[in-house]
Design a protein around this ligand. Structure first.
Ligand SMILES: [Fe+2]
Length: 181
């Protein structure tokens, strides 16, 4: 099944190995100096992750408006040639205990989440989960993996990051592009 058929049916599609290791390293490096703040879902405390202002670095929003990101969005949404979606971009960084609780996003026609850094093993948590029509799906992302999903329709969350002897300081970084048509 191709991306178009899968997205039309499921409203999400996994893109394993979407980015080459060199691209992942470069994008991850660009996220390190971004301004950011501790964030939580509105009205909920305490803060639960770091939200970084990726728009502060032009290469990051540019990534979502270039290939291969825009091509796969066009394919998934079956966009006519000439339609140029707008994109808003940010990055989320999770450290020990950080997570994003279950939620649906308030806007965006489709969102791409690209994993730039992930903890060593599944014992360290930080696993994306999706409540799809077919049931809850764990969607672990390794660096370079991406997922495209309709975040206004599919409830999603991550499990908290946990330290282990092998990985005492786990960290997870994702780059997010929200597309509006
Ligand atoms: Fe979300």
């Amino acid at each position: 099944m191709n991306v178009r058929e899968r997205y039309a049916r499921e409203r999400w599609v996994r893109l394993p190995g979407f980015l080459a290791p060199g691209t992942v390293r470069e994008l991850e490096r660009l996220t390190r100096d971004l301004p950011g703040r501790r964030a939580s879902l509105s009205g909920r405390e305490p803060p639960e992750w770091d939200e970084l202002e990726a728009e502060a670095c032009p290469e990051l929003p540019r990534f979502f408006l270039g290939e291969p990101a825009l091509a796969v969005v066009r394919e998934a949404l079956d966009l006519a040639v000439g339609i140029r979606p707008r994109v808003r971009c940010w990055a989320n960084r999770y450290r020990i205990g950080d997570r994003i609780p279950p939620h649906r996003d308030g806007g965006g026609d489709v969102q791409m989440v690209v994993c730039l850094k992930a903890p060593a093993g599944e014992a360290n948590g930080g696993v994306l989960h999706l409540a799809t029509a077919g049931g809850v799906r764990a969607c672990p992302l390794r660096p370079g993996d991406a997922v495209l999903l309709e975040v206004t329709a599919i409830e999603h969350w991550t499990t908290p990051l946990v330290a282990t002897p092998a990985a005492p300081e786990p960290e997870r970084v994702v780059l997010v592009g929200r597309y509006d048509l």
